[in-house]
Design a protein around this ligand. Structure first.
Ligand SMILES: [Zn+2]
Length: 509
């Protein structure tokens, strides 16, 4: 759908849906959820579609359809048969729901099937010994463990390509890799290439561990580069901290032999670097930063040197001097995102809001880069690359949330992965919560979304509202509310930039 997604279009979709799904014979009222033979809970939700704004009763309770044409009610059932009657001017119709107060019985066959499914899942998760050398492909990332959730296992960080590690165990999807003698991580099989066998009898310290060498830090123009001498391409775990602001890089399979840390003059991001040995085969570099705000950093090997390029704080921190990346979540035929009961698609709402936010920010002089500018599918990698190529200073990803009861309002929320970006998530959420009827779903840190896991730019994701909530879907379908939400996102962003300006001492006294 084009950016001019209108409320009328949503209504048209509803009308089409009512005709085809009409199993219920009262006007244009359709029951989409709630017609079931037996339930085991007294609270029973009946949810459906009707003409926008239509008024009718369900068991005598007044119901009014939202402007999107959805409606819903929660009924309190009595044990046994319950007649649910829908009535409007044109007539009435009803269906029966049996509320059983005795727990659902499970047949022995069902029990067996459930056991077999659980066993198959457990089998997939089980690790078996292996002995391979594996090498990272582009965009590989380490996971802390073998656990998983909606967004995959808990990510540690991305690694450059060409890093070899010893895999000593595997399950269906993951290799367990040995980072050092005592530290393991996990890596998806799809992200590595097998580079031959590894002898499990070999001496890990002798055969794998390299020495760190001299290192330097210098101003390379747009960033300060910390160049660490490492005797081979080794995996690392990196984390950025605030108060004091620092980046900590733990190099695994690397024995500390760095006795020469050169600090060139003219550094803008880095105050100084320090090195220590935290285990006989782990070397820790701490990069103490001068800056109070973070603008991202990238890491890559150049030969056996690990370069950490830490972006300078932009001069004159005003929106008009910055490039803002805006990511409209989902898109294309493969990814609608969440779809509301009325047929409202997340991908259409996010694209519309991305364009709105773009125009608001451009009016204030910012340069804006959209990840997608039409209804096309894009991988996270393609989005990331576009933002990096265009040197975005900050990236905002716009989504709609889904989950919970369609009758509840869960509200808005913002998400960040790394601590330095928390104030941006906080500022945006603060403004969104000033809106009428917008509830607080909260702010989420250490968010496992892969776009937020990139360190190259500050990234905050905004889950505007729950498209799965009937009332919030109605709000999302309203262009005025979508615009107001984006105006508040822009205000939060502007506040964050001025806070950075003050922190960096750029503000006029
Ligand atoms: Zn989404």
């Amino acid at each position: 759908m084009k950016r001019s997604f209108s409320f009328l279009a949503a209504v048209a979709m509803v009308a089409a849906a009512s005709v085809s799904a009409s199993a219920f014979n009262v006007g244009n009222i359709v029951v989409k959820r709630g017609i079931v033979d037996t339930v085991y809970k007294a609270k029973h939700q009946v949810v459906g579609l009707a003409d926008p704004g239509a008024e009718f009763t369900v068991n005598g309770n007044k119901v009014k359809a939202y402007k999107t044409g959805t409606w819903g009610i929660e009924l309190q059932l009595q044990p046994g048969d319950n007649l649910i009657e829908i009535k409007d001017k044109s007539g009435r119709d009803s269906f029966k729901v049996y509320y059983s107060t005795t727990p659902k019985t499970v047949t022995p066959e069902q029990q067996e099937a459930a056991k077999a499914r659980a066993a198959a899942e457990a089998e997939k998760a089980k690790f078996y010994p292996t002995s391979l050398n594996v090498e990272t492909k582009k965009y590989a990332y380490l996971n802390y463990g073998a656990g998983t959730d909606r967004l995959g296992g808990a990510k540690i960080n991305y690694l450059p390509e060409g890093i070899q590690m010893y895999a000593d165990a595997e399950n269906e999807n993951l290799y367990r890799v040995k980072l050092s003698q005592n530290r393991y991580a996990y890596i998806p099989k799809s992200q590595v290439e097998i580079k031959g066998k590894y002898s499990p009898d070999s001496d890990f310290m002798q055969d794998n561990v390299v020495l760190s060498g001299s290192s330097s830090v210098y101003n390379a123009g747009e960033y300060d580069r910390v160049s660490i001498g490492v005797g081979g391409k080794k995996p690392y775990i990196v984390k950025e901290y605030t108060d004091p602001h620092k980046i900590v890089v733990d190099l695994y399979g690397v024995q500390c032999n760095s006795n020469w840390l050169t600090h060139k003059s003219g550094l803008k991001s880095v105050d100084h670097i320090d090195v220590e040995s935290i285990d006989s085969d782990i070397t820790r570099y701490t990069i103490y930063l001068k800056t109070k705000s973070s603008w991202g950093f990238s890491m890559d090997y150049s030969g056996n040197n690990l370069n950490i390029d830490i972006k300078h704080v932009p001069d004159q921190l005003y929106l008009k001097n910055l490039t803002i990346g805006i990511d409209a979540g989902h898109g294309g035929p493969q990814s609608n995102g969440a779809v509301g009961l009325s047929g409202l698609k997340e991908k259409d709402m996010t694209l519309d809001m991305a364009y709105t936010l773009k125009s608001i920010l451009e009016k204030q002089g910012a340069k804006v880069v959209l990840s997608r500018d039409s209804d096309v599918g894009m991988t996270i990698r393609e989005r990331q690359d576009k933002f990096i190529e265009n040197k975005c200073d900050i990236v905002l990803s716009i989504h709609c949330n889904a989950g919970g009861s369609p009758l509840s309002m869960l509200g808005t929320s913002t998400y960040y992965r790394y601590d330095p970006y928390k104030p941006l998530a906080e500022d945006i959420l603060g403004y969104l919560l000033q809106m009428k009827d917008v509830k607080n779903f909260g702010m989420v840190g250490n968010f496992n979304f892969s776009l937020s896991a990139i360190t190259d730019f500050p990234c905050v994701l905004v889950e505007t509202l729950f498209i799965s909530s009937l009332r919030e879907e109605e709000m999302l379908a309203d262009p005025a509310i979508r615009r107001a939400m984006m105006e508040n996102v822009a205000k939060g962003l502007t506040d964050y930039i001025s806070e950075c300006r003050v922190k960096e001492g750029q503000a006029k006294k």
